[in-house]
Design a protein around this ligand. Structure first.
Ligand SMILES: [Fe+2]
Ligand SMILES: [Fe+2]
Length: 170
């Protein structure tokens, strides 16, 4: 099994353009899952997905990292403002997250789109079409369960290890 340090190095290397983007920094100011925020949640989902990916022989880890880091960006500035109902939020934010991923990266692969747009399955009945998209569906729910109990100091240490300039957090 890969060490925490190796996973974080991989995330920093593959996700550089996303981690340094304005959208990602903004995500630290949008609260998510009670004690967390969108970008910390995306980091947790990325790490959890990579751990699950280690159980499979063949996984596109680059696509998984890029998509996990962007999967909830659609929530930023939209939740409770543009998304006026819970249902609208659940169905629309994956599509808006994919659009913001394109905005940051220029383009995304079909697999990355699958991972981002179908991560809410089975709450939304758009089925994932790849192993990587199934992995994020599981990781996303696992993280949502423990994030209400997360400790702020562990996030601060994670930002420092990943060299993310976080100035404002929820
Ligand atoms: Fe989501
Ligand atoms: Fe999520």
């Amino acid at each position: 099994m890969r060490s925490k340090e190796d996973l974080e190095k991989e995330i920093r290397m593959v996700g550089k353009d996303i981690l340094d983007s304005e959208w990602f920094i903004r995500g630290f100011s949008q609260s998510h899952h009670f004690r967390s925020n969108v970008s910390d949640h995306e980091l947790h989902v990325t790490k959890t997905s990579l751990r699950i990916a280690g159980l499979f022989a063949s996984v596109d880890r680059e696509a998984l990292i890029r998509a996990c880091l962007c999967h909830d960006m659609g929530l930023i500035g939209n939740r409770k403002v543009v998304y006026t109902t819970g249902r609208m939020c659940i169905t629309q934010h994956p599509l808006d997250s994919a659009a913001r991923a394109v905005n940051i990266l220029g383009k995304i692969s079909e697999k990355e789109r699958d991972i981002i747009e179908h991560h809410m399955f089975p709450l939304v009945l758009n089925r994932p079409n790849s192993t990587e998209a199934v992995i994020i569906c599981i990781a996303d729910k696992v993280c949502a369960l423990y994030e209400p109990f997360t400790v702020r100091s562990s996030s601060v240490k994670l930002h420092s290890r990943l060299r993310i300039p976080v100035h404002a957090m929820a």
